[in-house]
Ligand binder design. Structure first.
Ligand code: HEC
Ligand code: HEC
Length: 441
């Protein structure tokens, strides 16, 4: 197993191939700018990139590593990169948050128009909004139901087996979407003049789908498989998954069991650990992780104002928990494509380093200001503004900062966000337990 240290301990990656094949085209320069998939999906940085890791690469190469390319590494593709100091400025979003600039325009038939693009870097327009987003990990993809933050690589395929319960909305198998995604990444990020060969594409997808990453050692709790706990990537590889395995509305699409809010069970064996008097003991840390798991599964959250839930279901307040949205067993993503707006891209959370877009509804003249319209740039629908998928939560300790825009610096800030957004009323010790649990995923 391949291991890598992070702020809370150590993660491990297990490959079903038996070893991490560094000869896979995933690690090869595939285009014209020197980049490989591993330029932005680095095994020692949670299979994404972290600001700490990016800064090291910048300092070592004076900002000339292929990661630093104008096309989408810089704040603007026309930024001045003629000196080290200019590059430090031009790549500031990559250096501070590990964010890549995704450029997407307003669809021609959109229900809204762009009234103003307030872009601190002076580039964004309706033909190409600059969206600063975190690369998502290329591991644990077995559990994926939706590809990319806005689901833009998730395609529909009538007649497939991955259909929303009792509807005719069916999606391509994820392996199919990952295959087109690899091509798009090569032509876009790597600025290739030619597409991947079929062999390369198949090898990349097979490689990605064989990877499992999870925290294996916690600085306080020790080995995360101790006392029969099921932390770490080997147990994760055994976890059952199919499309709609635990749909919040319809239950399990195949077994027809009803929705089970007890989504996380990997630390069940630690539920009975009795805390002892020594504050820094591994026993106490294990008990805290088990309490955090229980909070994740059961702490009541009154879900309101979430586009994709409250509007679609026509329910003002939906009583739920973290697992209402993070419903895939021991993985934590949505087990069906379900982009939601929990408010991360709201105007109220805009920081000076982010663009702010003013959008106007063509029919009602209503105005929404957002740092990233998310799903709406794919569907053109007003109701999809600010909607993003819920990511897989395993090995989350390896990849700060969090949310699509890297706006939460650490797990503490994630928990504070939820506590404030949904008025959960977590006590300080509950927050600490929840963080201990997330860090052990
Ligand atoms: C320049 C950086 C960069 C490079 C190079 C890159 N990616 Fe990514 N990758 C990203 C970003 C950013 C996202 C998220 C973008 C979004 O959702 O809008 C992403 C998302 C993904 C996802 C989606 C995961 C999920 O949970 O939905 C996969 C899979 C992926 N990349 C695979 C690859 C492969 C394969 C390659 C090489 C062919 C590659 N990437 C090259 C930056 C990069
Ligand atoms: C109403 C649905 C919903 C609820 C409830 C919810 N989440 Fe989320 N979660 C999401 C969505 C959607 C995202 C992605 C948002 C974005 O980046 O814009 C997310 C993102 C996250 C992330 C960031 C992961 C990453 O890779 O950046 C963490 C961690 C997380 N949630 C933990 C929790 C915890 C802990 C709770 C309970 C206190 C919780 N969530 C409750 C929907 C939800």
């Amino acid at each position: 197993m391949f291991k890598s240290k992070n702020k809370h301990g150590e993660d491990a990656t297990y490959s079903t191939a038996g070893f991490i094949d560094l000869k896979n085209p995933f690690f090869k320069s595939l285009g014209s700018n020197g980049r490989s998939c591993a330029s932005c999906h680095i095994p020692t940085q949670g299979w994404t990139i972290t600001p700490e890791g990016v800064q090291k690469i910048f300092n070592k190469t004076k900002g000339l590593d292929p990661l630093f390319r104008l096309v989408d590494g810089a704040n603007s593709p026309i930024a001045d990169v003629s000196s080290v100091e200019k590059r430090r400025e031009a790549y500031s979003m990559l250096l501070s948050k590990g964010n890549i600039r995704v450029g997407i325009g307003i669809p021609a038939d959109a229900e809204f128009e762009l009234v103003e693009a307030d872009d601190p870097y002076g580039y964004a327009s309706e033909t190409e909004l600059s969206l600063f987003r975190r690369p998502m990990p290329t591991t644990n993809l077995k559990f994926l139901s939706t590809v990319m933050w806005d689901g833009r690589e998730t395609t529909q395929m009538p007649g497939s087996s991955d259909c929303i319960y009792n509807t005719s909305t069916c999606f391509s198998p994820v392996s199919f979407d990952l295959s087109t995604q690899a091509s798009h990444a090569t032509l876009g990020h790597a600025e290739a003049l030619q597409d991947l060969t079929d062999e390369e594409r198949d090898a990349i997808v097979a490689f990605e789908l064989g990877l499992f990453t999870a925290q294996i050692h916690d600085d306080k709790a020790g080995n995360l498989t101790a006392e029969k706990a099921k932390g770490g990537p080997k147990e994760l590889a055994k976890q059952q998954y199919h499309f709609g395995i635990n749909d919040t509305l319809a239950g399990d699409y195949i077994t027809h069991d009803s929705f089970n809010p007890i989504v996380m069970t990997l630390y069940n064996e630690w539920n009975d650990i009795k805390p002892n008097k020594s504050p820094n003991s591994a026993k106490n840390a294990r008990a805290a992780i088990a309490r955090g798991q229980a909070l994740f599964n059961t702490k009541p959250i009154l879900i309101s104002g979430v586009k994709g839930i409250n509007d679609d279901l026509n329910i003002n307040v939906l009583p739920g928990t973290c697992t209402t949205c993070h419903n895939t067993p021991n993985s934590g993503n949505h087990s069906t494509p379900m982009p939601l707006d929990i408010g991360v891209a709201d105007e109220s959370r805009r920081t000076p380093d982010m663009p702010l877009y003013t959008l106007k509804n063509k029919t009602t003249n209503e105005i929404i200001k957002t740092t990233d319209p998310g799903r709406a740039l794919i569907t053109g629908k007003w109701k999809d503004i600010g909607r993003f998928k819920g990511p897989i939560l395993r090995s989350v300790a390896s990849r700060p900062p969090y949310f699509h825009d890297g706006s939460a610096a650490d797990l503490h800030e994630v928990v504070e966000f939820y506590n404030t957004r949904f008025n959960i009323g977590l006590t300080e010790s509950e927050k600490a337990d929840l963080i201990a649990f997330l860090a052990a995923l």
